[in-house]
Design a binder for this molecule. Structure first.
Ligand code: AMP
Ligand code: MG
Length: 455
């Protein structure tokens, strides 16, 4: 059976699109990862497990160059031409034969034999006593290999010759070589690249107007909780508006995912089961928030164990301790119907964002066929002491700024509670406190991960 998106139904957990190379179930696989401890799983171990299960989609689409922005390149782009196609001048000036520099120790005198503009080459030939007036981008005239910038020359009164100091430049100066930007036959861009503005321009410079990209990853998500209200509904006592679906939607959009919002699902086994199965039927990945912490964990656990292969982890991480990860199927039992990778994120709004960026993001990129780049981390001096317990990775919210000497400083935002979403809005970075780090003194350096580029 083939779904609309080209996913393959699986008869057993180890076959099909997301077949794993080593093990049958996630549980078996997880236990073989170094540092595996479901009760205090280090972030790096969780990332390593998730990475192994993130099989890329294979379907390819051909899109017009402008539609390729943010998409994942499906194959290497080999340059069909040299860019630039000819040697050309890097300056406004005069092109000549470099050997002319050796004819005099003081000044070089050359007569002007003609002119070349960008798009209007000089067709003739010259000797070492001559030069050609050239503008930036003009093809280098035959035999010429050097350009003297016009600022360095003295033009004769009748504008027929130039003079400049012989020591002012070396042979070969101010010439751009054919193929210097992109050489014909070489890979200009590699498969797995997430296309940026410069890449669109680069492909245009090669004359390429369409490219093959991987199909977009389809990600379904829903929130769980009887206390949640959707926008537009009245807020009765004890209820809260569902914010996670909005942060998840926005984070997914920034990663160029195809999103499917399945709304709020009540804390009822039958409703949850129906939502999970329909999500698996129509998406590659299913994200939920809430219901994986201690109070409700057993309930969700039981449900997922009947038709999923899901591990419930307690990550050595703050915020974001409870996380469920595995696979679910659209059928009635594990392995029946269409598979989807599953992330059961915590309910607290900050924990949702932190686990998304630190655990889910890379998996989504890998499944999209992208080659994820390590996120840049800066060192910054903390403006205040930070309490931190060794044995877990903390992602505190901070405001980073650079002083007049180029030194980065960071101040933690007020509340670090995982329910305080305003701390994310106020912050411009995560302060990343490593697994083994303990309290940080004022002035001590810490790692920071800027939201720009991430969020
Ligand atoms: P849970 O993990 O389901 O126990 O939820 C933990 C906390 O996060 C509770 O205070 C929930 O009310 C809150 N929460 C759960 N889901 C959402 C949501 N979608 N939007 C806002 N808050 C939520
Ligand atoms: Mg809940």
């Amino acid at each position: 059976m083939k779904s609309r998106s080209g996913r393959t139904a699986t008869a057993a957990p180890a076959s099909g699109r997301d077949a794993q190379p080593f093990m049958t179930t996630l549980n078996e696989f997880s236990r073989c990862v170094a540092q595996y401890d479901p009760h205090a799983l280090p972030v790096s171990a969780a990332q390593a497990i998730v990475r192994q299960w993130a099989a890329p989609v294979t379907a390819v689409e051909r899109v017009a160059l402008r539609d390729a922005l943010g998409r994942v390149l499906a194959a290497d782009i080999v340059s069909p031409i040299d860019v630039p196609s000819h040697d050309n001048s890097a300056m406004d000036g005069y092109a000549f034969i470099g050997a002319a520099l050796a004819t005099s120790e003081s000044a070089v005198d050359l007569t002007i034999a003609g002119k070349a503009l960008a798009g209007h080459p000089f067709a003739g030939h010259i000797d070492t006593t001559q030069c050609v007036r050239v503008m930036t981008g003009a093809c280098m005239p035959a035999d010429c290999d050097t350009v003297v910038p016009q600022e360095l020359v003295e033009l004769s009164a009748d504008s027929t010759s130039i003079r400049f100091a012989a020591g002012a430049l070396r042979a070969g100066a101010n010439r751009r070589l054919a193929g210097e930007d992109l050489a014909r036959g070489h890979a200009a861009l590699r498969a797995g690249r997430i296309m940026r503005a410069s890449d669109l321009g680069l492909l245009a410079s090669l004359g390429i107007g369409e490219v093959n990209v991987r199909r977009r990853l389809r990600v379904a998500f829903f929130s769980t909780g009887d206390e949640l209200r959707s926008l537009g509904e009245p807020l009765d006592p004890g209820s809260v508006y569902d914010s996670n679906r909005y942060t998840l939607f926005a984070m997914l959009r920034r990663l160029n995912m195809d999103t499917l919002d399945l709304g709020v699902v009540r804390d009822e086994p039958a409703a949850l089961e129906a939502a999970l199965r329909s999500a698996a039927a129509s998406a590659d990945v299913v994200l939920t928030s809430g219901g994986v912490s201690v109070g409700e964990a057993d309930f969700t656990k039981q449900l997922l164990q009947t038709f999923g292969d899901v591990a419930f982890w307690s990550l050595a991480m703050r915020p974001g301790r409870p996380l469920a990860f595995g696979r679910v199927w659209s059928g009635e039992h594990p392995g029946l119907g269409l598979p989807a990778l599953f992330f059961g994120l915590p309910g607290n709004p900050v924990a949702v964002m932190v686990t998304f960026y630190q655990i889910v993001r890379e998996a989504l990129l890998l499944m999209s066929g992208a080659t994820p780049q390590a996120l840049p981390v800066l060192r910054a001096a903390s403006r205040q002491t930070i309490r931190k317990r060794a044995g877990r990775t903390e992602y505190q919210r901070g405001v980073a700024e650079r002083d007049a000497h180029g030194q980065w400083h960071v101040t933690p935002t007020g509340s670090q509670s995982s329910g305080v979403l305003s701390s994310m809005s106020e912050a411009n970075c995560f302060i990343v406190l490593g697994h083994d780090e303990a309290d940080i003194a004022e002035g001590e350096h810490v790692d920071i991960m800027l939201f720009d580029g991430l969020i």
